[in-house]
Design a protein around this ligand. Structure first.
Ligand code: NI
Length: 267
């Protein structure tokens, strides 16, 4: 062997060994998906929120089979009247459920309102990103509408929503399947106040006051007239012996993703 061959042979050997080690590493390396800077660990966020708000989320238990419960629900926000509604509910220690639209959450500076909704013990539900009739969309379109809103609310509040309400109540088997995949129960309603059509405070109040035990009442916090009706609705229903609960509290158990709920059957 010539003298100059030795270093070359050693170099070749070294390259071989290095490459095979690198390949083995590549084969064994776990599939780590790098976290984008904008993403926040929701668990960490929820813990931080719990530290700031002792006992959050404050869970309450009601036996709505025995007492008169009603779930007030507010759709299409958060909007310009939501802050005042939250003040009214807080004054009376009443909790409600808010089905929020992703675009509205995104338009609210720093998610101030959606954070306040969560921190004050109300329940949050997914009302899609842009309020289309979900039943008219493709499977992928439905998924995007739900997931985008779910992710944004989770990033802002630490809460992973478990409820959704299809805009216009327009649902079908495909929407149900997507809701199930996203872990969302479909919440419809048993009492429609038609507050979006009739912007008359007294009319909205009168309709809401006809609630029966176990009812899910549909209202919209984006209308001033609806928020104006709330004090009277709360006073009248309280006088009739109703307890105001969130949708999850109304049922008192985990709701089944994808399934439709209109009211709590009196039992
Ligand atoms: Ni709506």
């Amino acid at each position: 062997m010539r003298v100059w061959v030795m270093p070359l042979a050693l170099l070749a050997l070294a390259v071989c060994v290095t490459q095979s080690v690198a390949q083995r590493h590549a084969a064994r390396a776990p599939q780590v998906v790098p976290m984008r800077a904008a993403q926040v660990d929701p668990g960490q966020l929820a813990r931080r929120l719990a530290d700031q708000q002792p006992g959050w989320p404050r869970s309450r238990r009601f036996d709505c089979a025995r007492i008169k419960c009603v779930a007030l629900t507010f759709d299409d926000g958060p909007g310009e009247h939501t802050g005042r509604l939250l003040d009214l509910l807080a004054q009376r220690h009443v909790r409600a459920t808010f089905f929020v639209i992703g675009e509205m959450v995104a338009a609210d500076r720093d998610g101030r309102l959606v954070r306040r909704i969560a921190q004050e013990g109300h329940e949050l539900g997914n009302h899609s990103w842009s309020h289309p009739a979900l039943a008219a969309l493709s499977e992928e379109g439905v998924r995007r509408e739900l997931r985008q809103t779910g992710d944004l609310v989770q990033r802002l509040t630490g809460v992973r929503m478990r409820l959704m309400r299809p805009p216009y109540g327009a649902t079908d088997a495909q929407v149900a399947a997507e809701a199930r995949r996203e872990g969302l129960a479909q919440i419809l309603w048993s009492l429609d106040t038609l507050d979006w059509r009739d912007r008359v405070t007294a009319t909205v109040a009168r309709r809401a006051e006809t609630a029966t035990p176990g009812a899910i009442v549909l209202m919209h916090d984006v209308h001033r007239t609806t928020v104006d009706a709330v004090p009277q609705v709360l006073d009248t229903l309280a006088r009739k012996g109703f307890t105001f609960v969130t949708v999850s509290e109304l049922y008192g158990r985990a709701l089944v993703p994808g399934r439709e709920y209109l009211e709590r059957d009196p039992r």
